[in-house]
Design a protein around this ligand. Structure first.
Ligand code: DC
Length: 224
C-alpha cells in the first residue's frame, strides 16, 4: 500500500503525541515527536550553561547534537533523556529555544530527512505548514485549556511528580500557547487544508479512530 505523511499539529497538551503514537502503531508507521527534539536541545543548552538567546551558539549546538527515537525513548547523543526533557526548567525555556531560526532550520532539515521515505506520523506545531506542507493528511488537534491542563496534571500524578499544581499547569500552558502562536518564525497555526479535531470530549481511542478513518479513505482513493 502506498505510504503517506500524516502531520499532526496543535497546542501543548491537546493529546497529539498519545494519539499520534497510537495511530502510528496501528498502521505500522514511524512516529516522530518533534516537540521532543526542541526539548532535547533546550535540555542540552541548560545543562551546559549555553545562552539560549544566542542564535549562533544554539544553532551550532543543534548541528552537533544527535537526536534519535528508539522504541518510545528519546536519545540525545546516545543518552536516554526521555524523562529529563519533561522537567519544569525545560518546560519554561523550550518556547524561547524553539523561536530561534538557527535551531528551527536544523531541526526542520532533520525532520524532512526522517520523513523523506513517507510512512510517518509526525506531531508538532509547524508540520503541516512548514515541514511537510505537501503532507497528504493534516490534522489540527486541539482541546480547551482547562481540559489540557487537567490531562497534564493527571499524567504528573501518575508519575508521582507532585511539584506542580493544576493551576500552575494551566498558567504555564496559556503562556506557552501565547509564545508558540505569536513568534515570528513558524508560529503555531492551522494549515488551510488541515482538519480540526477538538478532543475536549473525546477519549484517546475515539480520536485515534477518527484519524484512522480519514487515513483509510485517503489510502483507498490512492490505491484505486
Ligand atoms: O509538543 P511539546 O509541548 O513537547 O513541544 C515543546 C515546545 O516545542 C513547544 O512549546 C513548541 C515547540 N515546538 C515547535 O516550535 N515546533 C514543533 N514542530 C514542535 C514543538
Amino acid at each position: 500500500m502506498e505510504k503517506i505523511i500524516i502531520a499532526i499539529d496543535g497546542p501543548a497538551g491537546a493529546g497529539k503525541s498519545t494519539i499520534a503514537k497510537k495511530l502510528a502503531s496501528l498502521i505500522d508507521y514511524i512516529y516522530i515527536d518533534t516537540g521532543a527534539m526542541y526539548r532535547a536541545i533546550t535540555y542540552k543548552a541548560l545543562s551546559n550553561n549555553i545562552d539560549i538567546y544566542n542564535d549562533v551558539l544554539m544553532g551550532q549546538l543543534t548541528i552537533e547534537s544527535v537526536i534519535e527515537f528508539n522504541s518510545n525513548k528519546v536519545l540525545l547523543d546516545g543518552e536516554d533523556v526521555t524523562r529529563k526533557i519533561r522537567g519544569k526548567r525545560v518546560n519554561q525555556n523550550v518556547s524561547q529555544v524553539s523561536a530561534l531560526l538557527s535551531v528551527r532550520k536544523e531541526l526542520v532539515h532533520q525532520q524532512r530527512k526522517i520523513g523523506s521515505e513517507k510512512g510517518v506520523v509526525m506531531d508538532g506545531r509547524d508540520i503541516g505548514t512548514v515541514v511537510f506542507p505537501q503532507a497528504e493528511l493534516k490534522l489540527f488537534v486541539t482541546a480547551s485549556v482547562h481540559e489540557r491542563a487537567q490531562r497534564r496534571y493527571e499524567e504528573k500524578i501518575k508519575e508521582s511528580a507532585t511539584d506542580i499544581t493544576l493551576q500552575e499547569i494551566e498558567e504555564e500552558l496559556i503562556i506557552r500557547d501565547e509564545k508558540d502562536s505569536s513568534r515570528a518564525i513558524s508560529p503555531l497555526k492551522k494549515a488551510n487544508d488541515a482538519i480540526i479535531l477538538d478532543t475536549t470530549n473525546l477519549t484517546q481511542e475515539e480520536s485515534v479512530n477518527i484519524i484512522y478513518n480519514y487515513y483509510l479513505k485517503l489510502v483507498q482513493v490512492k490505491n484505486d
